[in-house]
Ligand binder design. Structure first.
Ligand code: G3P
Ligand code: MG
Length: 245
């Protein structure tokens, strides 16, 4: 059986901040989600070569900055020189890849529920989970609502050993046949999958087990309505402003 879910998770979770209208995984994107009234948001944490936890979705910095190459080959000082906004729109030029600590402080000071995804470069699961846990211990207020998730079972296990009181979610694209066993093995309270794999049968089975079902990434309101009708508990969206109605 799942652990009890410790907090309320709003039905709409802003994805990578509000990444439909600001460059993903930046302080601008987080601020935008807050301005749009998002009650919950998700972003991705990884680490630099010198072990600092930062926000980035990809293995490399190419898509979301003016730099090139794998993020784990760059020190924090090198990452701090990169422009992480100009690729999205000229008005965001000068935006930086943020430290996880700065992102956490911005979220916590605005009372938003956080889903923090640990997104390790493959092979760097352990230092990534350790850096995320150390950062949370340093800056995240005790009792503030947070759910930590990952596609990496190793990252989930290492993180759980370090911060056993924080709830975990398992992220998959396709729902595996053994999803129950995998949630149990890693002590997860929620299953996060691509919305194409959501069905009423899956939602019912997830709820029967005492878990929650969250799906990504849903940007059309009609699709969101259909998913909620199936029993999906929450959706990740790039456009929280579209979904709030
Ligand atoms: O955590 C939900 C979703 O963000 C997982 O996929 O690739 O957008 O990090 P991705
Ligand atoms: Mg993510």
């Amino acid at each position: 059986m799942a652990q009890p879910h410790p907090q309320y998770m709003p039905k709409i979770i802003a994805h990578r901040g509000a990444c439909g209208s600001a460059p993903e995984n930046t302080l601008a994107s987080i601020s935008r989600a807050i301005e749009l009234g998002a009650e919950a948001m998700e972003f991705d944490a990884t680490i630099s070569r010198d072990g600092h936890a930062i926000l980035l979705h990809d293995f490399d910095v190419d898509r979301c900055s003016d730099g090139h190459g794998p993020v784990v080959l760059k020190t924090l000082d090198e990452i701090a020189t990169l422009d992480a906004g100009g690729w999205f729109a000229p008005e965001f030029k000068g935006e930086r890849i943020p430290l996880l600590s700065d992102a956490l402080e911005l979220v916590a000071s605005n009372g938003v529920v956080l889903n923090l995804e640990i997104k390790p470069t493959l092979g760097w699961e352990e230092p990534t989970a350790r850096a995320v846990a150390a950062t949370l211990k340093r800056v995240w207020p005790a009792g503030a609502p947070i759910l930590v998730s990952s596609m990496s079972p190793l990252a989930l296990d290492i993180f759980h050993d370090l911060m056993p009181h924080i709830s975990l979610g398992l992220i998959v694209d396709a729902v595996p046949e053994q999803w129950r066993q995998r949630l149990d093995r890693h002590g997860c309270v929620s299953l996060h999958c691509h919305h194409a794999f959501a069905t009423k049968e899956l939602a019912d089975a997830v709820h029967d087990g005492g878990y929650r079902l969250y799906v990504f990434t849903v940007n059309e309101t009609a699709r969101a309505e259909a998913l909620f009708a199936m029993g999906v508990d929450a959706i990740f969206t790039d456009y929280p402003e579209r979904m709030s109605a």
